[in-house]
Design a binder for this molecule. Structure first.
Ligand SMILES: O=P(O)(O)OC[C@H]1O[C@H](O[C@H]2O[C@H](CO)[C@@H](O)[C@H](O)[C@H]2O)[C@H](O)[C@@H](O)[C@@H]1O
Length: 382
């Protein structure tokens, strides 16, 4: 496993040829999955100090903003098109040929899992909790919490979120899980077996339950910069009705879900004006959110590798990692599992989306069914 010290780097362009993996893990041969990715999924801004978001860039930011989290029953490929629900259903069913339901093909997944230990990685927003207008109220249901708790009794389970680690822990509230916040830039993992012991960004500590743990924060030097940017973004967006800035510790989210669409360009301009002064920060797009984060070579995929290593589950033919997520940032994790021929990504989506995932689930309700099915399968087979 390549767990190098994170270095400053722009995200690498997606290498389409690496999507074609001949593998015993491949549930089916899918030529279309080899050529569907566009580089727009990893969007970072060039650093031109003009002070003005030029039209071309503004257009591409806005296109991305419009395409993020379209309403159900519309297609991501053209969020403005007036597509009726039956067209959307047909398109969704066609898409599912390449991204089959993890519930419908549950037996197939379990066939590949036979003789292996499953390690489970779960995103939070849009995966365990439904997307809601107010990010502070994105609670998961008690039933979902129980499902996650049960599954964690059988399989090592980690939450990997764009939220701050503390915030996502507050929402989930289960001590038996591992947590990675800030898109993997803040990981609390098990104390034993970590390849990162002795790393300057890695410290041993005792967690709130008195358990020994390792805290890995590869972007710790960015903390003052992120604080400064957060404060500036709060000030500069305060007059944009509906805009909300969230401090996620090692990254900042600028939400525009509740901003009138005619003002989205103003939001983009505000963010651009600020981060052009910070060449060591970059922008990524989430679901109706612009995310400002350090330009380090670290993401949810690296976090999965880190946790597998820490759990002593890396480089093992007898381990099957499964990652469930709904967001563009989850693609880094899907890609790590696909490229390393190691496990399965499951994309949570109601609309067709290009993805490195192998399977799909429609919404958090289906995620919960999948978690319950895992528990039933495991308890029957042990
Ligand atoms: O990695 P995740 O756990 O999926 O976190 C990604 C972002 O999720 C949150 O925003 C999203 O969910 C909100 C609540 O449903 C919604 O209002 C917002 O529009 C979505 O983008 C969170 O607030 C962000 O900070 C995370 O980065």
């Amino acid at each position: 496993m390549d767990l190098k010290t994170p270095v400053l780097a722009e995200p690498a362009p997606i290498n389409k040829s690496r999507l074609s993996i001949s593998s015993g893990l491949m549930p089916y041969s899918s030529p279309s999955q080899q050529s569907i990715f566009t580089p727009t999924l990893l969007l970072s801004i060039p650093r031109k100090k003009t002070g003005v978001l030029d039209d071309v860039r503004a257009a591409s930011w806005l296109d991305s903003m419009k395409a993020s989290s379209p309403p159900p029953k519309k297609l991501t490929f053209d969020a403005d098109a007036d597509i009726d629900s039956s067209d959307a259903d047909v398109a969704y069913r066609a898409w599912m040929i390449n991204y089959p339901s993890a519930l419908l093909l549950f037996e197939q997944i379990m066939h590949y899992a036979r003789g292996k230990s499953i390690a489970l990685f779960l995103d939070y927003d849009g995966t365990l909790s439904p997307i809601v207008d107010n990010p502070d109220l994105a609670f998961m249901s008690d039933e979902m919490r129980a499902a996650v708790k049960n599954v964690a009794e059988y399989f090592p389970t980690a939450i990997i979120s764009g939220r701050s680690r503390n915030k996502v822990y507050e929402f989930v509230g289960l001590t038996e899980l591992y947590y990675a916040g800030s898109h993997g830039m803040d990981i609390m993992g098990p104390a034993n077996g970590s390849a990162f012991n002795g790393h300057p960004n890695c410290i041993k500590l005792t967690d709130k339950q008195g358990k020994e743990a390792v805290l890995f924060q590869p972007a710790s030097e960015f903390l003052p910069m992120i604080e400064e940017v957060f404060t500036t973004l709060v000030e500069s967006t305060q007059d944009i009705k509906g805009a909300k800035v969230e401090n996620n510790k090692f990254c900042v989210s600028v939400h525009y879900r509740n901003v009138d669409e005619k003002d989205w360009k103003t939001v983009a301009q505000c963010v651009h004006n600020i981060i052009k002064e910070y060449p060591r920060l970059k922008l990524t797009h989430g679901r109706k959110v612009l995310e400002v984060r350090p330009v380090i070579d670290w993401n949810k995929g690296k976090a999965v590798e880190f946790l597998l290593e820490s759990l002593g589950l890396s480089d093992c033919d007898d381990v099957l990692p499964i990652y469930v997520g709904d967001d563009r940032t989850d693609e880094d994790a899907f890609r790590v599992l696909r490229e390393g021929n190691r496990g399965y990504g499951i994309l949570v989506s109601r609309v067709p989306k290009e993805s490195h995932a192998f399977y799909s689930l429609k919404d958090p309700a289906e995620v919960m069914e999948f978690l319950k099915a895992l528990v039933t399968w495991k308890s029957r087979s042990s």
